[in-house]
Design a protein around this ligand. Structure first.
Ligand SMILES: NC(=O)c1ccc[n+]([C@@H]2O[C@H](COP(=O)([O-])OP(=O)(O)OC[C@H]3O[C@@H](n4cnc5c(N)ncnc54)[C@H](OP(=O)(O)O)[C@@H]3O)[C@@H](O)[C@H]2O)c1
Length: 331
């Protein structure tokens, strides 16, 4: 048994009232999980939704927060492909109430990878969900081919910024859309070929300019609402929109007649582990390999101290650019 601290939601509400640091114990992991000593944990918008009681996949408090974490394996069930001492990152058992903002965390073994050489703890902690989601979208569900043009909305956000990295690794030309020059510059530093500031520029006109009037092959949409509806005007005949989020508060409204007339496809994506464990393992191996080769890298943004978790959650309504991470412990 392991004893330590864990940030837990004890009631729904504003983070300062809803989240408490508690002493907790962790039993030996059950089959399909490993227990790690956490060094860093990935953070983001879902923390705010979970704390406010607006996350559809979780029930009533109490439950732990933190969907992904990186650290050292301290216990494994028999038959595990991991050993005590392995350095790993993966998705936590947060849906069972055990999160990553804690001294220890259960990782789902099917989502865990050994941390590639050269990857920092912060990069490792912010790697699993963003990249697995982008992979589901851009490899499995709406494959982007080399040479195609990929428009990414919310491109400075957690989902968008990882999609820039994966889109580039797949050989696409990436146009990143973000609010404000600072975020656009973040996207360009993060690998985007072009950036559009949706607060200052006409989206449709800029896309036409950048694509010689052709439009884009794929729209990656974590935002929805008006901006996604506007982006649809720039989708090529035969193009695809990946409907994967609603950061604006509402999903994109699609015109079925337009889809029909222009031979377009709308692909809805909820990134969940594949039913086939071998296919799921292959996806993680591909991502780990891309990271090991330096083809993708976690677009880390703000790094918060462990004590700062409630304040970090409160900031998720208007996050800074990049993937937010919580530093739990030093090596
Ligand atoms: N389907 C899945 O499997 C899956 C997985 C992960 C996340 N998601 C969903 O994806 C969405 C984004 O998550 P995230 O973690 O990337 O959030 P995030 O880090 O907060 O980023 C969201 C981005 O959306 C942009 N945005 C918000 N409102 C906007 C508006 N009205 N117009 C234009 N841009 C707007 C913001 O960009 P600017 O400030 O630059 O405008 C922000 O950077 C959420 O709905 C989340 O639930 C889905």
């Amino acid at each position: 048994m392991f004893t330590g601290r864990a940030w837990r939601v004890v009631r729904f509400g504003a983070p300062e009232q809803a989240v408490e640091l508690q002493e907790t114990t962790w039993d030996a992991p059950s089959a399909g999980q490993v227990l790690i000593r956490v060094r860093a944990a990935g953070a983001g918008l879902p923390d705010a939704l979970m704390t406010a009681g607006q996350f559809p996949l979780l029930g009533e408090p109490p439950f732990g927060l933190g969907e992904e974490a990186a650290g050292e394996v301290v216990a494994v069930p028999s038959g595990s492909r991991f050993s005590v001492g392995d350095q790993v990152t993966g998705i936590t058992a947060f849906l069972e109430g055990w999160g990553g903002y804690a001294d220890y965390a259960y990782l789902l073994e099917g989502s865990a990878i050994r941390i590639p050489e050269g990857m920092t703890d912060e990069e490792a902690a912010g790697f699993p969900i963003g990249f697995r989601t982008a992979y589901t979208c851009l490899v499995d569900r709406a494959p982007v081919e080399a040479g195609q043009t990929l428009l990414i909305l919310g491109a400075a956000g957690s989902s968008g910024a990882t999609a820039i990295q994966l889109g580039k690794a797949l050989g696409a030309t990436v146009i990143a859309v973000a609010g404000g020059q600072e975020k656009v510059e973040f996207c360009l530093r993060n690998g985007a070929d072009h950036g559009i500031d949706h607060r200052a520029e006409d989206l449709t006109a800029r896309i036409a300019e950048l694509t010689d009037g052709r439009g884009v092959d794929v729209v990656y949409d974590p935002v929805g609402g008006d901006i996604a509806a506007t982006a649809m005007r720039s989708l090529t005949r035969g193009g695809r929109i990946v409907v994967m989020g609603l950061a604006s508060g509402a999903p994109v409204e699609l015109d079925a007649m337009e889809l029909l007339m222009r031979n377009q496809t709308a692909v809805g994506v909820l990134s969940l582990p594949l039913d086939d464990p071998q296919a799921e393992a292959a996806a993680w191996e591909h991502l780990a390999d891309l990271a090991a080769r330096g083809a993708i890298r976690t677009p880390t943004g703000a790094v918060h101290d462990f004590a700062d978790v409630p304040r970090m959650i409160a900031q998720q309504g208007a996050p800074a650019a990049g993937k937010t991470v919580v530093r739990v412990a030093t090596a």
